[in-house]
Design a protein around this ligand. Structure first.
Ligand code: TRP
Ligand code: SF4
Length: 438
């Protein structure tokens, strides 16, 4: 199995995908300590994560952390795209700095848009809707890849630690792939890591919420972040916690620095073995590895390093299209666009695939199947906030009390309220764009 970020495949078996790529599960453990956990987190829509514990810890300790995500301007914004921004708005409400990359270079390189077209699309379709959905200007930075010199510089410099065979193995590039496309994962790495540069708030945990198709980019960014580190903190085979210096130059200085920092953090039982470029922290436990790693990361810029903390990620499921296939901008009947009128949305909802039975009698007798129903999915992802109300819909469908016609009407009504509200706020967003895009 391979994840291709540019293909249109759908993923059915999320648990298998997770296990195959070493993504961790996102369970109640992860969300239960968050303030007012968002419905997408509570309901298993966000199903996987990498290093989410770093984010949880930053939230609990009220230390700085940031969100970075990106949008690829191509086609119209639909409910599937809305999911990410719903998640981002939630994180903004609990104190994260927000960065949003407009992937105009990627869109240019992989989808064939001009930069001018991507700009119009990004503003009209995405940014205005983001504002309408409730994204606030405070601590929020939206930028275009093509306009951000720091992102571009980083992507070129960070590319040093990846080679061509890694790129072809990960992405299947070949002799025909154009170079802007080839370069786009490195630019995305630049997006993800640049927020830890001094100028953008410095070294800190960063969460990247994405669809699971983006995992190859997440792995690449994490690998690159780690390979540029000057220190590596790990548990050795014989169970000791060791700090290892990675470069071969300046080893003494780096060891001195680590020793000093460790002592200041009350680790006293240190054993330094300069030949191994190592300090064993004999009074540290495995649980303290992250803290030691961060402590050392902060000091790396003094030695010309970046000190990037490997970015964390959450992965959400995709929405199924209303027709039962993939939700896609190129199939308008499969998706509800945020610019649809209530009447257009209603029509799509009325034609949607449900988990209902062929006849009313049969449905009353055997019940419907909400687990395979696009209307239920709309409720779950977007339309119903209250968990007990959702639960009620689920069970009344299962036990045959609820009929699809009624259900669709209910969905259409709620959808229309949301769309009207967004339309109103979108019009008002026109003159606010400058507060977000600098
Ligand atoms: N590649 C992403 C997409 O296809 C867009 C993107 C660009 C992105 N940079 C990013 C996503 C950084 C997350 C983080 O939608
Ligand atoms: Fe779906 Fe509602 Fe029909 Fe159940 S009753 S299958 S939830 S549309």
């Amino acid at each position: 199995m391979k994840i291709d970020p540019w293909s249109s495949s759908t993923y059915q078996d999320y648990a298998r995908l997770r296990d195959e790529f070493g993504i961790e599960a996102f369970t109640e453990q992860e969300w239960k300590h968050l303030p007012n956990p968002h419905r997408l987190l509570r309901r298993g829509v966000v199903f996987g994560q990498r290093d989410f514990h770093l984010i949880n810890k930053a939230i609990q300790q009220q230390s700085p952390w940031a969100i970075l995500t990106g949008l690829m301007p191509s086609g119209k914004m639909h409910l599937g795209h809305k999911m990410i921004i719903d998640e981002v708005i939630y994180y903004q409400s609990i104190g994260a700095d927000i960065f949003i990359a407009v992937a105009d270079i990627e869109s240019y390189g992989t989808r064939g848009y001009t930069l001018k077209q991507t700009k119009t699309l990004a503003v009209e379709e995405y940014i205005k809707n983001y504002i309408a959905l409730g994204l606030k200007p405070k601590n929020c930075h939206i930028y275009f890849q093509s306009k951000n010199q720091d992102v571009k510089d980083l992507s070129i410099l960070l590319g040093k630690k990846v080679n061509w065979s890694q790129m072809t193995a990960t992405y299947g590039f070949n002799g025909q792939t154009n170079m802007t496309h080839v370069f786009s994962p490195l630019i995305q790495t630049g997006d993800i890591l640049h927020v830890q540069l001094e100028k953008y708030g410095g070294i800190r945990p960063v969460l990247v919420p994405v669809g699971v198709d983006q995992d190859p980019h997440i792995r690449l960014s994490r690998d690159i972040a780690k390979s540029h580190r000057l220190y590596n903190v790990m548990k050795t085979k014989d169970g000791k916690i060791g700090v290892f210096v990675k470069p071969d130059d300046g080893v003494e200085e780096l060891l001195d620095n680590a020793e000093e920092l460790l002592k200041m953090s009350d680790f006293t039982n240190l054993k330094r073995i300069t030949d191994y470029k190592a300090i064993y922290v004999q009074d540290a436990t495995e649980q303290q590895i992250d803290a030691i790693d961060q402590l050392l990361a902060y000091s790396e810029p003094k030695f010309d390093g970046y000190g990037f903390i490997a970015p964390s990620a959450t992965f959400h499921r995709f929405m199924t299209g209303l027709t039962g296939e993939k939700m896609s901008s190129s199939k308008p009947e499969s998706a509800i666009f945020l610019t649809d009128t209530p009447a257009e949305a209603k029509k799509k909802i009325m034609h949607a695939k449900t988990g209902g039975k062929v006849s009313l009698e049969e449905q009353k007798r055997d019940g419907g199947n909400p687990d395979d129903c696009m209307i239920y999915e709309l409720f779950l992802y977007h339309l119903i906030e209250d968990d007990s109300e959702l639960q009620e819909i689920y069970s009344s469908c299962r036990n045959g009390e609820r009929m699809c016609g009624h259900c669709k009407k209910q969905a259409a009504e709620r959808m229309s309220e949301i769309l009207e509200d967004i339309a109103k706020k979108r019009d008002a967003a026109d003159n606010k764009i400058d507060q977000y895009v600098k």
